[in-house]
Design a protein around this ligand. Structure first.
Ligand code: FDA
Length: 310
């Protein structure tokens, strides 16, 4: 319950325009712990650094809720530029996109622009031997994102495109079952948006239990699972579950956010697990940064201290 109240308070304050102005101006130094710079070059350098430590990267150009076709197309062009820039840099090409950023919900030439742009991005990613994950956003977008995921897996295959399920949503267990025929590559997360109790579990213990259930079901079905969490007890349980059920390390990986639990990322990589850090970059870092702060009370102090230091 405290988690919910805290998250709601931080996200409500963060939505205030004057707070945004202040944080954007004063907190960039702190934000750089979670965001790998504002340009493609800084993002690629971050992947290369992690790669040296045995950790893979998952690049994410930040940006949300684009409202015109021009902006959506421009955003898609920037992702294509990222893929092109990452070619031949010595690491596997892997990126995440939010369909809302590339035009989901805008109809152009009789088709959803998010789908059209996702196809352009996937065509390029496939040609480069890369992989694109479709991030999951707030609950009104789940139906359309899963439908578009189904279409895209049909066209590009499950080794080129994956998506995400959020354990806080009551619907996710049924969604996972319904996707099984695709043998989908799924990232399981707890969920980062402010959602009403009618659609998302308000109690953290329920979200954690649902998380384990989703991962176990996905692994048991023989599918590839991206276990995306910093929750050490879940990570331990997944390792034990995999051993008990004879699931090889090649069928799953651990994913964490850039700058969070770097110690744990390194120790899992040293144990021989595939570990991938989600590396956000770009000038539009504020929304992402607010969600990370809303996840953990200690992070507010971290930000305030950083802002006071100037
Ligand atoms: P939980 O919040 O219970 O935290 C467990 C422990 O992790 C904490 O006690 C703390 O030690 C540490 N921790 C967690 N968050 C921290 C933070 N911000 N700063 C410092 N320590 C922290 N969500 C979504 O809705 N759609 C998506 O597509 C994605 N994609 C995604 C990709 C990847 C790779 C990750 C890791 C996460 C996401 N998420 C996401 C975010 C996810 O839904 C969730 O909000 C965060 O991962 C935090 O939840 P945990 O599972 O880490 O557990």
């Amino acid at each position: 319950m405290f988690d919910q109240i805290y998250r709601k308070a931080v996200l409500t304050v963060a939505n205030n325009k004057s707070v945004e102005g202040l944080v954007r101006k004063q907190a960039w130094g702190v934000a750089q712990r979670f965001v790998a710079g504002e340009t493609i070059d800084t993002a690629i350098a971050a992947v290369q650094d992690l790669h040296k430590q045995g950790i893979l990267g998952n690049l994410d150009l930040l940006g949300e809720f684009v409202d015109t076709p021009e902006k959506a197309n421009e955003f898609a062009e920037q992702i294509l530029a990222l893929l092109n820039a990452a070619e031949g840099k010595g690491f596997p090409i892997y990126a995440s996109i939010k369909l809302s950023s590339v035009g989901q919900g805008l109809t152009v030439n009789g088709e959803d622009l998010g789908l059209t742009n996702a196809r352009r991005i996937l065509r390029r990613a496939k040609a480069l031997g890369g992989f694109i994950n479709l991030d999951m956003e707030d609950h009104p977008r789940v139906d359309i994102t899963l439908a578009q995921f189904r279409t895209l897996v049909g066209e590009f295959g499950h080794d080129t495109v994956g998506t995400v399920l959020q354990s806080y949503l009551y619907r996710s267990e049924a969604d996972r079952d319904s996707l099984d025929d695709l043998k989908p590559n799924l990232r399981i997360v707890k969920g980062a948006y402010l959602e009403p109790a009618t659609v998302a579990m308000p109690n953290k213990a329920d979200v954690d239990a649902a998380y384990r259930k989703l991962v176990y079901a996905h692994l048991k079905a023989g599918n590839y699972c991206n276990v995306a969490t910093h929750d050490e007890s879940i990570i331990q349980d997944v390792k034990h579950f995999a051993i008990a059920h004879g699931i090889p390390k090649s069928q799953y990986e651990f994913q964490m956010l850039y700058g969070i639990r770097r110690d744990l990322q390194k120790s899992l990589a040293d144990e021989g697990f595939t570990v991938r850090a989600y590396i956000p970059y770009g000038p539009d870092w504020y929304g992402y940064f607010s969600r990370r702060i809303a996840e953990r009370p200690a992070n507010v102090l971290f930000v305030v201290k950083g802002m006071l230091k100037g």
